[in-house]
Design a protein around this ligand. Structure first.
Ligand code: ADP
Ligand code: MG
Length: 578
């Protein structure tokens, strides 16, 4: 017999825990909620600090409006919010938060300390909570604004802890959240400290490009194109839509979709369909498996957006999704076709070079490469060897076109070889295969360089691999480092610029799992012959000879083609010889 248990109202703490599972599933979600609260409070700067992936400490500080002392405890009650008061408000939500769930949810899974002082108060107030219950509250002098500290996240929920990844991975997720908001709010100054190390900083000057530089580095930001084309909201046919942002030029891409950031009315959202609209606009411009970088902010009438779909407020429902899809795709495409050289030949005669033919021939190559891979699986464990492309025949250099391409003849027709991409491939394999210590170029006087936080983080992370290739840099206080030597493959005169360039490229290739490969890729890119450099017949011959000897002569280390082939058959067809 089953005895009926008494029906009781759950204690707020239990309710908090149930909801917390949805609102706070990992450190990054807690950071997201706290950053949103700071933004809703009208802050001009946000400092985020985490220790051990956010599991030991998460701290978010702002200089926003603060919380009146009398309301501090109330903020931790479920469904207590200052942002909504009537049902009608729910139809047009102008703040990032509105459910009044974040603070109680965080307090249910961590020990929380909140300090806050509104402008109108002479002193601030501190509230300490344990297991969701206030245990201490007192007044204390402090600067205006709010600081929330969460300690020991999920310490009392071991089951939840088991689902988390390594602290480094969780820290990466936190960095992504902070990056997203730093890009959405260029007028707010963001800093992120991970285990005491400054890993992200934006100036808060209101300029999207400089926010992008703080998040992705200066070199990447410089290659981003502004959206929309005319710099103003165009006639979108959908009158109330406005769209601004940055998108990568086709020369810049990443190996995953994480670098496409979408905002709707300044709220970071995920939308498969709108992400796909951006991707589609790059059709034919990027290699398979490569994705653009983008930061796009859409402004729609609040009535057209429903954010009240999921507690984490990341999924949204859009009333006119299909219209928005079309506008977004068209605008991205318009910017791409007007501002960047299209990296394929498109004259009718050179039919192999048309974008469609080019991608499909690449796919063919990849098909062959896969077959090779299977055949060689037992004998070639090295990841680089697994990417074998078919060998190229002996080529005879005929000349140079535009100081960019080498024209060559082979037994099967005509080849156009991209001199930079080809040399990158050659250097890359050389650097990876080299057995002796690297040739170094020592400097007579150590040269100081100042690094961005991201650059110095990369330097620390990849220290061993950089050293192995011939770099010697030592810390010289703050973000300054002294360059003592660089690898001899880097023949540039401006040593400091080259070192910065190598670090930035390392940052761009972060999807490459093997660190040695990543360093070799970056060195190859910076050491290779540039486009625009004139080559003697001997140099051209030497380049082709070395390219033929590589394991994957048809692609550069990033997967871009090193050559375009026009077969004798295709030539004959074009000239109507058959
Ligand atoms: P919501 O953001 O959905 O209102 P929260 O639980 O995140 O719910 O916060 C509850 C309330 O606490 C907010 O409505 C706001 O009034 C106050 N609050 C929270 N964080 C801050 C902050 N950083 N600055 C000022 N007020 C805050
Ligand atoms: Mg909130």
């Amino acid at each position: 017999m089953i005895l009926q248990k008494t029906i009781r109202k759950l204690t707020p703490n239990v309710i908090g825990k149930i909801a917390a599972g949805e609102v706070v599933e990992r450190p990054a979600s807690a950071v997201k909620e706290l950053v949103e609260n700071a933004l809703d409070a009208g802050t001009t700067q946000i400092a985020v600090e985490i220790a051990r992936g956010g599991l030991d400490v998460i701290r978010v500080a702002d200089d926003g409006c603060g919380i009146p002392p009398a309301e501090m405890a109330l903020a931790f009650e479920r469904h207590a919010t200052s942002k909504l008061s009537s049902e009608a408000d729910l139809e047009r939500i102008g703040t990032l938060g509105f459910r009044g769930e974040a603070l109680p949810s965080i307090a249910a899974v961590a020990d929380v300390e909140m300090r806050s002082r509104p402008l109108t108060e002479d002193s601030g107030r501190i509230l300490l909570l344990r297991e969701g219950e206030a245990i201490e509250e007192r007044s204390e002098g402090m600067a205006t604004g709010t600081v929330v500290t969460a300690r020991g996240l999920f310490r009392r929920q071991p089951a939840r802890l088991n689902f988390l990844r390594s602290p480094a991975t969780e820290a990466g997720q936190v960095a992504q959240v902070v990056s997203h908001y730093a890009l959405a709010y260029p007028e707010v100054r963001f800093t992120l400290l991970v285990d005491g190390r400054l890993t992200l900083q934006t100036p808060g000057d209101g300029d999207l490009q400089s926010a992008a530089a703080g998040v992705y580095g200066h070199q990447v930001a410089a290659e981003m194109l502004a959206l929309p084309l005319d710099g103003v909201t165009g006639d979108f046919g959908y009158q109330t839509l406005s769209l601004t942002g940055l998108i990568s030029s086709p020369g810049l891409s990443r190996a995953n979709r994480n670098y496409m950031t979408l905002f709707i009315n300044r709220r970071w959202v995920r939308s498969r369909s709108l992400t796909y609209a951006i991707e589609e606009a790059y059709h034919g411009l990027l290699m398979t498996g490569r994705y653009p970088l983008a930061v796009v902010d859409l402004r729609l009438p609040p009535d057209d957006v429903d954010v009240n779909v999921h507690p984490a407020k990341v999924e949204v429902r859009l009333r006119r999704e299909r219209d928005i899809f079309r506008v977004l795709q068209r605008e991205v495409r318009r910017v791409l076709s007007s501002r960047s050289p299209v990296p394929f030949l498109s004259t009718g005669a050179w039919s192999e070079g048309s974008p469609v033919a080019q991608t499909s021939s690449l796919r063919r190559d990849e098909g062959v490469a896969l077959a090779f891979q299977r055949l060689d699986a037992a004998t070639s464990p090295a990841p680089e060897q697994a990417r074998l492309t078919p060998p190229v025949p002996a080529l005879r250099a005929l000349g140079q076109v535009g100081m960019i391409y080498v024209v060559a003849e082979g037994p099967e027709g005509l080849y156009l070889v991209d001199q930079h991409a080809a040399h990158e491939r050659v250097l890359f394999e050389q650097l990876l295969d080299r057995e002796e210590p690297p040739e170094r170029q020592g400097l007579l006087e150590p040269l100081p360089v100042e690094l961005t936080p991201l650059q110095s983080a990369l330097l620390v992370e990849m220290a061993a691999e950089l050293e192995e290739q011939g770099f010697s840099l030592e810390p010289f206080g703050g973000q300054t480092y002294l360059i003592r030597s660089i690898p001899a493959v880097l023949k540039e005169k401006d040593v400091a610029r080259t070192v910065l360039g190598v670090l930035d490229t390392l940052g761009q290739d972060e999807a490459v799992p093997d660190r040695r490969e990543r360093v070799a890729m970056s060195l190859a890119c910076h050491g290779a012959i540039r486009a625009g450099q004139s080559l003697t017949p001997d140099e051209m011959r030497e380049l082709l000879r070395r390219l033929e000897a590589t394991r994957s002569p048809r692609t550069c280390p990033h997967g871009r083609p090193t050559m375009i082939h026009m077969s004798a058959d295709a030539l004959a067809r074009e000239f109507r010889r058959r």
